[in-house]
Write a protein that binds this ligand. Sequence first.
Ligand code: C2E
Ligand code: CA
Ligand code: CA
Ligand code: CA
Length: 279
Amino acid sequence: AKAESRQKFKLYAPAMSEQLQLRLELERELQQAIANDELFLMFQPQIELQSGRIYAIEALVRWMHPQRGLIPPNVFIPIAETSQLISDISGWVLEASLQTLAALRRKYPDLYVSVNISAPDLLTPDRLHQQIQRLLHQYNLPGNALELELTESIFIEHPARVSATLESWQQQGIRLAIDDFGTGFSSLSYLLDLPLDTLKIDRTFVKNVHTNGRTKGIVETILSLSKNLAVTCVAEGVEELAQLNCLSELGCYAVQGFFLASPMVEHQLMEFLAEYDAD
Ligand code: C2E
Ligand code: CA
Ligand code: CA
Ligand code: CA
């Protein structure tokens, strides 16, 4: 019966767009990716501007496909999000992130890891919650060793459902960040009800902060908002010294970007941190 349905699939395939077909293939292959050990993480440092200290790392997932090569998260995370695979992937990312962090904290005891969480994960939060408990316990880590990065759309679409979950995480010390801040909001009122620790200024603002007065104005507004909310502000996608200088002048707390450090695999990160320490 399986061969037969494959046959049928082939028969109708020409009518299907190439893109849709690729998507279906990737979805099928992604189901095996964890079991086949094809996912891996890269880590990008977050640097406090005043001290130059690396205080956190963001975990960024990649898929090394045996035939297609390296597939970036922008391609496969959206597929995972619409096909129930995201929960397994988020679980894998959390486990791998905390495992690496536990190793790093022997030398850098205050470092924490920031992990990207998808909207569907928060709609069924129990599984995620249990997983986080188990992993923190397993690696003997406090709640504040972990930050979860969420995008604004989650709060706007499901405010009540999400805020109870976030409250319980906050009580454990787990940090919460809003990712890509400024790109998706329709209202700022949701910020008042959330137990937030960090706002991450989207890199579309960082790109022109030093050349465009209006962009600079938006960044200033986000910085003063974060001051009023008593949350930390991180600027993403810093690629040039001029951007760094501008953000520093404006009083931004921290930066992340290629100019300072690109995402690295664990052993590269260890070397980077050791050398960074020495300077
Ligand atoms: P994001 O969370 O906004 O992550 C930042 C992205 O910007 C990363 O791309 C990073 O490599 C890239 N980046 C860092 N510095 C610079 C810079 O100076 N300039 C530019 N142009 N880019 C920079 P990446 O790793 O390809 O990830 C893309 C997106 O995929 C992430 O955006 C995030 O939304 C998603 N993603 C990545 N890893 C995960 C994950 O483990 N789980 C989930 N749910 N989503 C993930
Ligand atoms: Ca992120
Ligand atoms: Ca971001
Ligand atoms: Ca994003």
